[in-house]
Design a protein around this ligand. Structure first.
Ligand code: ACM
Length: 527
């Protein structure tokens, strides 16, 4: 016997407004409707197509419709979708040209920008339309969330594979939607970084900021200063063996991220947070003496030597090599917590360092302390304050100088803050950050009197003092990272904790399918 599935909420409340506005609107049948999909980030617009359900079958193919200049990249997006569906459905899901019940087309949706897309699901076909392969990729991440959660599994699952009919039109609120991984305090292997990229890309993030050098470790091969990595990268917090990325490793991370439409932003923190470099080369120290490697978790004790010419040779060499390995247009020079650099020296240093980065052809990015220094055209300043006046002033000052601001408020967006007093790892210096607190803020109004046009977007940093493996990283990032991703993508008018919380609950089964070690926050009704 077929049972009619009732909607979980009374239709009256949901449809009254629509019925009043459109008296002849038919009440959609619910007999064959799948549960409402829990999309994160929430699309700009989405309509249900009543009575339409697409069923993925053993014969379903993915067709690519693209002009010659976009065909290779569009086909790559199709192949990624196909590979995932092959794993979970056991079907062949071939990628074909110009046909297929799932169609990815780059011929349209040009008004939605490079990342925008339209997605239509009806009984006959699924069509993702975008102006670029990147837009197709964003649309495919939505399609993956429309499928049953088991579609994200790594091994074949039983069907049916149904998607309720829908029509979506979507594009991001902000161009900068990032997350940062601190690979210095604890080193993460290329495979671990790839895992983090995979998970971040599911929520339409487009920047991966890698914190590559700090007091505890230098994590990238530099040919002109080889001991930075071989000695400066040898340990990590707690004194366990560290590691570093060879140039080939780093190229592989950059390539893997680019295939998932994340741009890598490399950071070398200066002039503080530099003990690993100072330990590797005695000449970088004002007194000519190399300190020991450092494996504790204090901050603010190290500084490059502002008065020595070799410091700027070092910066030009390091940033030159890094810029050459970075296809993205941004390089991050840190600039935070330089507590042992006198302020006048700090300004002198930053003015030189930012010129060196700008001379590589990249845009300068730095933490909000650099708001006090000369900012080259196109600079990006990352706010990491806690609603304090000083940090807000620095962000506003930077905006006055023409910089764009990326919002990473530590008391909301820092993924390494504990959820509550019982969280087994993480820090709490910026407070406890519940899932609600991480979500419930608006990037353009958080800093009073910061012009909305100055805000480039959001980033959720994850510092790794207490996180020594990817399972712990996942526990801190999930479920908070998708919330910050939604702040970056969805319209301000769509941001609503109660509604978000319900959509978030639907991600739990997806994370189970993906084997994500997420924190099952008790305030979320996971399903
Ligand atoms: C920072 O958290 N020191 C940027």
């Amino acid at each position: 016997m077929t049972r009619l599935r009732r909607p979980r909420r009374p239709l009256i409340g949901l449809l009254t407004a629509a019925l009043l506005a459109t008296p002849l609107l038919a009440i959609p049948t619910t007999a064959h409707a799948a549960p409402a999909p829990a999309l994160i980030p929430k699309p700009v617009s989405q309509q249900a197509l009543s009575g339409e359900t697409f069923t993925l079958k053993s014969s379903t193919a993915v067709g690519v419709i693209a002009s010659p200049d976009k065909r290779v990249a569009a086909t790559k997006v199709a192949e990624q979708l196909s590979a995932q569906l092959r794993r979970s459905t056991g079907f062949a899901v071939p990628v074909v040209a110009d046909a297929g019940a799932i169609k990815l087309s780059t011929n349209g949706a040009s008004s939605l920008g490079a990342e925008g897309y339209q997605l239509r699901v009806d009984r006959a076909a699924i069509t993702v339309t975008a102006a670029t392969p990147e837009g197709l990729f964003r649309g495919v991440t939505t399609l993956r969330q429309l499928l049953p959660a088991k579609a994200d599994a790594a091994t074949p699952q039983g069907g049916p594979w149904q998607i309720a009919g829908t029509s979506i039109s979507d594009s991001p609120r902000f161009a900068y939607r990032g997350t940062m991984l601190d690979v210095s305090r604890h080193f993460f292997s290329v495979a671990e970084v790839k895992r983090y990229i995979d998970l971040a890309s599911l929520y339409k993030l487009n920047k991966l900021h890698l914190h590559l050098a700090d007091d505890q470790g230098w994590r990238l091969q530099v040919d002109s200063w080889p001991r930075l990595a071989t000695y400066g990268g040898s340990l990590e917090v707690g004194g366990t063996p560290g590691g570093y990325y060879t140039k080939a490793d780093f190229a592989e991370i950059v390539r893997y991220a680019a295939e998932r439409y994340l741009t890598v932003i490399p950071e070398i923190d200066t002039p503080g947070h530099t003990n690993a470099a100072l330990a590797s080369y005695a000449e970088l120290n004002c007194n000519g003496v190399a300190p020991a490697l450092y494996t504790g978790t204090n901050v603010g004790f190290s500084s490059l030597c502002v008065s020595k010419p070799v410091t700027y040779t070092f910066l030009a060499d390091v940033f030159g090599e890094i810029a050459a390995q970075t296809p993205g247009d941004i390089v991050h020079l840190g600039g935070d917590e330089a507590h042992s650099t006198p302020h006048a020296d700090y300004v002198t240093f930053l003015n030189k360092a930012s010129t060196i980065v700008a001379n590589t052809g990249k845009k300068v990015m730095g933490w909000h302390e650099i708001g006090d220094t000369a900012l080259p055209a196109g600079s990006i300043v990352q706010y990491w304050g806690t609603d304090d006046t000083k940090s807000r002033d620095l962000a506003r000052k930077a905006a006055t100088k023409g910089a764009k601001i990326v919002m990473s408020p530590a008391n909301r967006a820092y993924l390494d803050m504990k959820y509550n007093r019982d969280t087994p790892y993480g820090l709490d210096w910026a407070g406890l950050v519940s899932v609600e607190k991480a979500y419930s803020w608006n990037p353009t109004t958080l800093i009073p009197n910061l012009p909305e046009s100055a805000v480039a977007g959001v980033e959720a940093p994850l510092w790794s003092e207490t996180l020594d493996n990817i399972d712990k990283v996942e526990f801190m990032a999930f479920p908070r990272l998708p919330g910050v991703a939604e702040l970056g993508w969805s319209s301000a008018s769509a941001l609503n904790w109660t509604a978000y919380k319900d959509r978030l609950a639907g991600q739990g089964s997806r994370w189970d399918a993906l084997s994500v070690n997420f924190y099952r926050a008790p305030e979320i009704a996971w399903r």
